[in-house]
Design a protein around this ligand. Structure first.
Ligand code: THU
Length: 140
């Protein structure tokens, strides 16, 4: 797929927002930058908790910020994560985050951009990361 001209910006923002990650238990810092169809950007980091299960992933932080500010139609999300300062590998979204994406995004067009560095990224579609996903249409 072609590199969209806004990719540079959202990739950099996903990398930068990792600095805000609150991850004292895992030490795994994740940043995400979500772009809606109007071009608005919403960043998010993972926020851990001593009780573990309240932990929120970076992707869901970005989605919940966006939805709580009135945005509901999304184009793509860039995700950057890793345990060390320098990211060593791609960080695919967890199953819960994929399901949240399914709630608000068209799986055929929503793009998930896995980021290793400003120049190294992989682009995927939600339908490929969550095949046969269950969504709002299924409970109509
Ligand atoms: N995490 C994310 O924020 N996003 C992902 O895609 C995978 C995992 C977080 C949750 C937890 O704070 C830490 O990374 C280790 O699982």
């Amino acid at each position: 797929m072609d590199k969209n001209n806004y990719y540079n910006e959202i990739i950099k923002m996903a990398i930068d927002v990792r600095n805000y990650s609150y991850s004292p238990y895992s030490g795994f810092k994740v940043g995400a930058c979500l772009r809606d169809k109007e071009g608005n950007l919403f960043t998010g980091c993972n926020i851990e908790n001593a009780a573990f299960s309240p932990t929120n992933c970076a992707e869901r932080t970005a989605f919940f910020k966006a939805v709580s500010e009135g945005s509901r139609e999304f184009e793509c999300i860039a995700i950057a994560g890793g345990a060390s300062e320098k990211i060593r590998d791609f960080c695919p979204p967890c199953g819960v985050c994929r399901q949240v994406m399914m709630e608000f995004c068209d799986p055929v067009t929503f793009k998930i951009i896995l980021v290793k560095s400003e120049n190294e990224y992989r682009e995927m579609l939600l339908k490929d990361l969550l095949p046969e996903g269950f969504g709002a249409l299924n409970i109509k």
